[in-house]
Design a protein around this ligand. Structure first.
Ligand SMILES: *Cc1c(COP(=O)(O)O)cnc(C)c1O
Length: 424
């Protein structure tokens, strides 16, 4: 038995499913997850001494690669002063200024501890600001695990939400309406049916939690227009896309201005950080200025801020990284697509910048229902075949591959060879 298998046996006895977040369990794959010992650059090493090229990148935060020296140093330095004070610190001001001065649609920002918290709080702010209750989300978009956001497909458009999870009372989701990604008419229909009672439309500006599903041309612009027409706020959930597609995230990449933005993942550089920000008059609804309550004992934690700010500063000062990630994305994802096409397989590859997904389906994937046509059993085999060749990807058909600045052209070639070998 490998050390990973042994750890997993122990883990399942004391942690539900053996993991602290479900997708780590390799549930869809049917093997024990790899327990990780350490990581460096684009490589991750498990407790059995196996080395993998990593395309999870901690689900996005490691855009500069694992164990990035400047970030590691910033954490060590900050930790020498104490881990948390529960009081205001200078680094929080620096973080807020750094972001607000560089991202035009953010006047004010509040730090929290996760993407889930960021979304939950942004929605509360939107409801407080507009005095309305209804929220429109899109089937297949993930916005963390707060009650109101655990609504997805299943519930068709025009019907009120049905919770995906047990333990979520119907009352918590009845104000959540589900639209179809890339389908503006489905959004208009919900806005009309809610008769001016929609507080906000929340969207992953690039769908990345049903596999990668980029917005069609005009979709985000259309959402902006509909929100203005119906007096709803537009929230971009940039937990994945923020500081990844561009420094200013999807909003900058597509040139569409949201009212509120949520961040997570990259903003903490691997530390538990989330944030939400946007227009001043909305953010001033938040306590202690306004009467929308939101708080956090460890929010703006100085170690986490040091790590996050170091990463953001590096990214801002090295924006050529974004051009390089585009090129690397073209090489990797177009490369995989070609291998698949050359073999006459009908699969579809969706990609944008550093994000990509190979969908094991003959259908073009533009929304949740087309994503769900993917053959997850075929994906599992592919995943195992790649893992056996030292390529570490998310163990689910419905997740993205994440490229980082540490993935070199040579590493991408090695990856493409492994893909070729698998399909042979
Ligand atoms: C990961 C993710 C979240 C949730 O963030 P956590 O830090 O896991 O709570 C929210 N929205 C999107 C788009 C995400 O990818």
């Amino acid at each position: 038995m490998s050390l990973s298998e042994n750890l997993f046996e122990r883990a399942v006895k004391r942690i539900p499913g053996g993991v602290n977040s479900p997708v780590r369990a390799y549930g869809a794959i049917g093997i024990a997850p790899r327990f990780i010992d350490h990581a460096d650059g684009c490589y991750i090493y498990d407790v059995d001494g196996n080395k993998y090229i990593d395309y999870i990148d901690s689900w996005g935060p490691m855009i500069l690669g694992h164990n990035f020296p400047a970030i590691r140093e910033s954490v060590i330095k900050a930790s020498e002063k104490g881990l948390s004070f529960g009081c205001a610190t200078a680094v929080e001001v620096e973080m807020a200024e750094f972001i607000c001065e560089r991202i035009p649609h953010i006047d004010m920002i509040r730090m929290v501890n996760s993407g889930t918290e960021a979304v939950m709080s942004a929605i509360r702010a939107a409801r407080g600001f507009t005095g309305k209750n209804k929220i429109i989300k899109f089937a297949g978009c993930y916005h963390g695990h707060s009650d109101a956001m655990l609504v997805s497909a299943g519930s068709g458009v025009m019907t009120s939400g049905v919770p995906d999870s047990a333990g979520v009372p119907k009352g918590c989701t009845e104000d959540t309406m589900t639209a179809v990604y890339n389908d503006l008419e489905s959004v208009r229909a919900l806005l009309e049916s809610s008769q001016g009672e929609t507080a906000a439309v929340i969207v992953e500006a690039v769908g990345a939690n049903m596999g990668v599903v980029p917005p069609k041309k005009g979709f985000l612009e259309g959402l902006r227009g509909l929100c203005d027409e119906f007096g709803a706020l537009l929230i971009f959930d940039e937990v994945i896309t923020g500081f990844r597609l561009a420094f200013g995230g999807a909003a900058q990449y597509f040139g569409v201005k949201p009212d509120l933005v949520t961040y997570g993942k990259i903003i903490g550089a691997g530390m538990p950080v989330g944030a939400y920000g946007g227009r001043k008059e909305i953010m001033e609804m938040i306590s202690p200025v306004g009467n929308v309550y939101q708080a956090g004992t460890l929010s703006g934690n100085p170690i986490a801020m040091a790590a996050g700010l170091t990463q953001l500063k590096y990214l801002y000062d090295h924006q050529e990284i974004y051009t390089e990630l585009e090129k690397k994305g073209e090489k990797l994802y177009k490369g995989i697509e070609k291998i698949v096409k050359d073999r006459g397989l009908p699969y579809h590859l969706n990609h944008i910048a550093s994000l990509g997904s190979l969908f094991f389906t003959g259908e073009e994937v533009v929304d949740y229902s087309s994503a769900k046509t993917a053959d997850t059993a075929a994906f599992s085999e592919y995943f195992k075949g790649m893992l056996a060749q030292g390529i570490h990807m998310a163990p689910s058909q419905f997740e993205a591959m994440f490229l980082s600045a540490a993935h070199t052209d040579e590493v991408i070639d090695v990856t493409l060879d492994a893909v070729k070998k698998y399909f042979e």
